[in-house]
Design a protein around this ligand. Structure first.
Ligand SMILES: NC(=O)c1ccc[n+]([C@@H]2O[C@H](COP(=O)([O-])OP(=O)(O)OC[C@H]3O[C@@H](n4cnc5c(N)ncnc54)[C@H](OP(=O)(O)O)[C@@H]3O)[C@@H](O)[C@H]2O)c1
Length: 315
């Protein structure tokens, strides 16, 4: 592994984060029906009390409501919380100036002068990685973000972002990508290896595969809404994986399926950011950190999920 830069070292010290997509999102997550602001606040508080200090939000989550809620929570915090948010490359945002402009609006919703990590949410055919990074450089110069990250960038786009920032003496802090036992694309396409080589923190989103890696969803009891359609095929292959996760959990003082699945990501040197809808889920997820699977257990989980889906190449 390469030297991690001083500016981004803090990200490598974090084992677990908290995802905030659920905060205000009705379409995928059923905000208002399955969870309300009260449950969100409780899950935030318990996460902090259990040592989870890194929250990942985005300007598009709940159309800004996720950032607003986090801003409210931060007002009465007496302990530091690390905040990451994201720029969404809407098709009408064509200039690099749109990036600091969007960050300013995020900062207003969050009630902060700066964030710890500002990420490009997705690459775009309408704005090159070079142009995006020039916009990010401006955000750093203005003191509005401590570090710069990307999200959903394949290896080639990530390298272009890394090189552009490097010309300004700014490290690429992170690449936030889909990574779980049920989606190992970043291992297969070289992104994870490249991140390690360059000291870029890989942040693993949907680390519980949107609830599948908790053991509560089955063919007879599929996840509700869009998730049910999305995971129709994968859910058939799930039972042996859940059984193995249960078996391994027993070796570690009765860890749950979800805790073992999260710990596998920590063992892969990545930072999982599970979402939670209530205090129980947040409490369980925090318990995915602070211990380690054995190398043999990681290898067994690797083997059990190696061919669970096919992967397409992404740039
Ligand atoms: N950059 C990107 O493009 C991108 C994309 C996706 C996500 N993200 C980020 O990654 C975060 C996490 O990913 P995600 O929210 O997609 O999926 P996830 O963390 O894999 O799954 C979260 C969902 O699983 C269920 N769950 C969580 N913990 C549980 C537990 N201990 N026991 C039982 N059920 C539990 C809950 O839903 P139910 O109770 O309804 O099952 C929860 O909403 C997001 O919040 C967001 O910050 C980023």
């Amino acid at each position: 592994m390469s030297e991690v830069s001083n500016e981004t070292r803090f990200l490598h010290a974090i084992e677990m984060g908290l995802g905030a997509w659920q905060w205000g999102d009705r379409v995928v997550w059923g905000y208002g029906q399955t969870h309300t602001d009260k449950e969100i606040r409780e899950s935030f508080d318990i996460s902090l009390s259990l040592g989870v200090r890194f929250v990942d939000t985005a300007e598009i989550y709940g159309s800004g409501y996720s950032e607003r809620l986090l801003g409210q929570f931060l007002k009465d915090m007496d302990q530091p919380v690390l905040v990451a948010t994201k720029f969404f490359p809407w098709p009408w945002r064509l200039t690099k100036a749109s990036i600091p402009r969007a960050l300013k609006e995020s900062l207003e919703r969050l009630g902060l002068d700066s964030v710890d990590l500002y990420q490009i949410h997705w690459p775009s055919p309408l704005m090159s990685p070079e142009k995006m990074m020039e916009g990010m450089v401006e955000c750093v110069k203005r003191g509005w973000t401590r570090t710069v990250g990307v999200s959903n960038f394949g290896e080639k786009h990530m390298l272009r972002a890394y090189t552009t920032l490097g010309r300004h003496g700014i490290p690429l802090a992170s690449n936030q990508v889909h990574y779980s036992l049920l989606n190992r694309e970043v291992e297969k396409n070289g992104t994870l290896a490249r991140c390690k080589e360059l000291g870029i923190r890989l942040i693993a989103y949907s680390p519980l595969e949107m609830g599948l890696l908790t053991g509560k969803y089955t063919l007879e009891n599929p996840p509700p809404g869009t998730r049910g359609m999305q995971y129709g095929e994968l859910i058939r292959k799930l039972p042996p994986v859940i059984k193995l996760l249960q078996e391994i959990g027993l070796n570690h003082g009765d860890k749950t399926v979800s805790q073992v699945a999260l710990n596998w990501l920590i063992c892969k040197d990545t930072l999982p950011i599970p979402g939670a809808k209530n205090v129980r889920q947040a409490e369980l997820n925090a318990g995915g950190a602070g211990w380690r699977l054995t190398d043999e257990e990681v290898a067994r989980l690797d083997e059990a999920t190696d061919n669970i889906r096919e992967y397409k190449k992404r740039v």
